[in-house]
Design a protein around this ligand. Structure first.
Ligand SMILES: NC(=O)c1ccc[n+]([C@@H]2O[C@H](COP(=O)([O-])OP(=O)(O)OC[C@H]3O[C@@H](n4cnc5c(N)ncnc54)[C@H](O)[C@@H]3O)[C@@H](O)[C@H]2O)c1
Length: 469
């Protein structure tokens, strides 16, 4: 029994509650609200060490395991054995990090880092020869990160041991995984795989879209019954593109939702403006593009993220229901692209957001699937018509993504996410945003008229068993 009480994370208000609920229900997280003011800083530093430091995950985990062993912190060792395996550290190295840091399984660099770790934990200041060995193998940034990692996990060890925090049952998720998957991962898949910082919206900005002026149509996100909705594709794009240096016009029929996206972008120092338009109405499209170009001083990028479905299956389709989907998912894309191309400067890029429903009948919604399939042809027409002016047009086709729309789709059709998924999880809005960012950026300057499928490999049956020989 732990010495400090645990909290029900559903009752923790504010950003601390949001942060904690987005993580697996580990005992450590349930205990942190005892000190809410320091908990946020604690989580931020821990997150930076785990997800943003330049140390390779394998080296970082060896350091953490060594600190855990020296401090006899059983909870830490238990969690990080699993994280280390997920980072590809062989069992022999994991065991040696716990018992014998000079073991021959380690290479010279690992041995230098582990010897330094021992000295810092035991003596506070490592002797000069050990420091010089560290410096011979690590950049200044890595040296600093090794020291901070040692210090942080000494703090964690002391916190865990002095509160007598118990290890969760074996089914508990490893410490590093954020709550993402609706469907449980198949036992054979390690859910840590591919869930890197960009997939969680935590990549370091690198100015990829510096100076670009981008209109995102559908830059808000739908409102659903979820109390803690995941990020939608359009919101992730608004935040990511602004973070990467673009000025954003974020348009949505739901102005308040667009404003929320813009507020998030601005809170990080980004430049963004919210615009209202219902693009199923052609007359609003001309006005929208004009307003966006005025607000941004021109346009270099357009992302058409709007997309809706309907309740009609084959056999129950009506002309009205069919047209309503086509008006938003296809006609609006055509008219927006046409208007934007008129004002776009050389180097401009248009991205249409389709879906793997364009190549699979599994949604059971013919209008959705057909509208999404037609975007590939529209992209080619657009690329063909505009390439002479130096513009490009491409499609991104996401697979199963954990967005508000995706959650609604799974509620309507539980089979959607109940099957095995690539990497044991759905994709994130951030992963869609990163793919769209590539197509928008000048890094994709020779990519034109193409469809980029972002589905983790679902469409090539990655999660099926290979046929017996
Ligand atoms: N979530 C998935 O699994 C998934 C998979 C493949 C493709 N997609 C596509 O990604 C896109 C965005 O998906 P999301 O999951 O972020 O959805 P979302 O519903 O949260 O976001 C779409 C946004 O478009 C806006 N919108 C809808 N109709 C509009 C109109 N007529 N005028 C202006 N704005 C309008 C909505 O208000 C909403 O803010 C869609 O095109 C969707 O088809 C999603």
């Amino acid at each position: 029994m732990a010495r400090l009480p645990f909290f029900d994370l559903n009752n923790i208000p504010g950003s601390l509650g949001e942060t904690l609920r987005a993580r697996p229900p580990l005992n450590l997280y349930r205990m942190l609200p005892n000190a809410p003011e320091v908990a946020e800083g604690f989580l931020a530093l821990g997150g930076a060490i785990l997800r943003q430091s330049s140390l390779t995950p394998a080296l970082r985990e060896l350091v953490i395991l060594r600190v855990g062993a020296l401090c006899e912190a059983h909870y830490e060792i238990h969690q990080h054995r699993r994280v280390a395996r997920g980072a590809g550290v062989p069992d022999a190295k994991i065991e040696a990090a716990l018992t014998d840091p000079a073991n021959a399984v380690f290479d010279e660099r690992e041995r230098a880092v582990l010897a330094f770790t021992d000295a810092v934990v035991r003596q506070v200041k490592a002797p000069q020869p050990l420091y010089e060995a560290l410096a011979a193998h690590c950049t200044s940034q890595e040296q600093m990160e090794v020291i901070v990692t040692i210090g942080f996990y000494m703090l964690v060890s002391r916190l865990l041991e002095n509160t007598e925090l118990e290890v969760e049952g074996d089914g508990a998720a490893p410490i590093e995984i954020e709550r993402q998957a609706v469907a449980p991962a198949p036992a054979s898949v390690d859910p840590l795989r591919q869930l890197f910082a960009p997939a969680m919206g935590k990549a370091k900005p690198s100015g990829r879209l510096a100076g670009r002026r981008v209109l995102i149509v559908g830059g808000g996100q739908r409102r659903t019954v979820d109390e803690q909705p995941p990020v939608g594709n359009g919101r992730a794009m608004t935040v990511l593109f602004a973070r990467e240096g673009a000025s954003i016009a974020c348009a949505d029929m739901d102005l308040a939702s667009a404003e929320e996206s813009v507020a998030k972008a601005r809170s990080e120092g980004g430049t963004a403006v919210a615009l209202q338009a219902d693009v199923s109405r052609p007359e609003e499209i001309t006005r929208l593009v004009r307003e966006a170009a005025q607000a941004l001083g021109g346009l270099d990028g357009l992302v058409l993220n709007v997309g809706i479905g309907n309740d009609s299956r084959f056999g129950t389709e009506t002309a009205e229901a069919w047209d309503a989907v086509m008006d938003v998912n296809l006609r609006a894309h055509m008219l927006c692209a046409q208007e934007a191309a008129k004002v776009m400067d050389e180097g401009g890029s248009i991205v249409f957001v389709s879906s793997t429903a364009s190549i699979s009948p599994l949604t059971g919604i013919p209008a959705y699937e057909c509208s999404k399939a037609a975007l590939a042809a529209l992209c080619r027409s657009t690329a063909y018509a505009t390439h002479a002016r130096g513009l490009r047009a491409n499609v991104i086709a996401p697979g199963l993504i954990d967005t508000p729309l995706g959650r609604d789709a799974s509620r309507n059709r539980p089979a959607r996410s109940a099957r095995p998924l690539p990497f044991g999880r759905q994709g994130t809005g951030w992963e869609v945003a990163h793919a769209a960012q590539f197509l928008l950026s000048s890094e994709a300057s020779y990519v034109n008229g193409q469809v980029l499928i972002a589905d983790g490999g679902l469409s090539i049956s990655t999660v099926r068993q290979p046929a017996a020989a």
